[in-house]
Design a binder for this molecule. Structure first.
Ligand code: SAM
Length: 261
């Protein structure tokens, strides 16, 4: 990793390997492909629908920062949100556009750097700003938080996921047993403590109202890439309630809810 990487390097990485692009073996861009991408994403990351709360945003203005292939985008639109997605990677955005077309769903998609969000969307306009696993990948995460504050409605809600430093995964990365993304070479992946997140939000006129942690990836990676879900032996031996306790305490995904202060 190179935490000093430029936005061009970040864009180049996600253009070469859009997030979740290998979540299906069906022809890329087909209905079957997108259905399988969604099924696998929510199977592996089952906490996402509960965090996004898609049904809450019917007729509300939703901005997603870093929509990737558009899995959550599709579900916000299906639930009736007035949805805008921005994404740095043109390749990812093109796939998200194809996806919405395949399902005849209507949304606004913009290729943009979230660090310059205010140049692309209206100020003080969004009821929800949602960003899952994105802001820690940009060279200047705090710039994105600052921009989000400019474009959120005064009564709006900010729901974001950032990687947690006090986590099983970060411990394994530090020990040389793991890497931040399934694919290697990710240029930037910052991690945060809960205190740092509260401070970063406070410094940008947001108030964190809820911070939890979830998600430990439990599968043997060599099997997982072949669509087989075999638990690592140490997780297979663990009773499910123990594993859930571990996820809630040491999960890689810090799930943050904030509002304008
Ligand atoms: C791990 S993927 C997550 C994508 C999507 N949110 C999901 O959950 O599937 C990270 C995404 O962040 C995007 N990204 C990184 N920096 C960005 C920036 N400055 N502005 C917009 N998108 C960015 C990448 O292009 C990539 O699609």
């Amino acid at each position: 990793m190179n935490q000093m990487a430029t936005i061009e390097t970040v864009a180049d990485y996600w253009n070469r390997r859009p997030c979740n692009i290998r979540h299906s073996r069906a022809p890329i861009g087909s209905r079957e492909y997108f259905d399988e991408v969604e099924q696998r994403k929510y199977f592996v990351e089952p906490h996402i629908p509960g965090f996004a709360q898609f049904d809450r945003w019917r007729d509300k203005r939703v901005l997603e920062i870093g929509c990737g292939l558009g899995t959550d985008a599709t579900n916000f639109v299906r639930a009736g949100a007035e949805y805008t997605g921005i994404e740095l990677s043109q390749v990812s955005l093109d796939l998200a556009r194809t996806r919405l077309d395949v399902f005849a769903l209507d949304a606004t998609l913009i290729q943009a750097d979230a660090e310059r969000l205010g140049e692309h969307v209206r100020r003080a306009s969004f009821d929800l700003i949602y960003s899952f696993g994105v802001i820690h990948h940009t060279p200047n995460p705090e710039a994105v938080i600052r921009q989000a504050r400019q474009v959120i409605h005064p009564d709006g809600e900010f729901r974001l996921m950032l990687y947690a430093r006090d986590s099983w995964k970060d411990t394994m990365i530090d020990a040389g047993f793991d890497q931040p993304e399934a694919q290697s070479g990710c240029p930037i992946a910052f991690t945060y403590s809960q205190a740092e997140v509260r401070q970063m939000l406070r410094a940008n006129d947001f108030l964190a109202t809820e911070i939890t942690q979830d998600h430990i990836f439990p599968y043997v990676i060599e099997k997982y890439v072949n669509y087989e879900y075999e638990l690592q032996p140490w997780f297979a031996a663990m009773p499910q309630p123990m594993f859930r306790a571990l996820e809630r305490r040491f999960g890689w995904h810090m799930l943050i809810v904030a509002k304008p202060a």
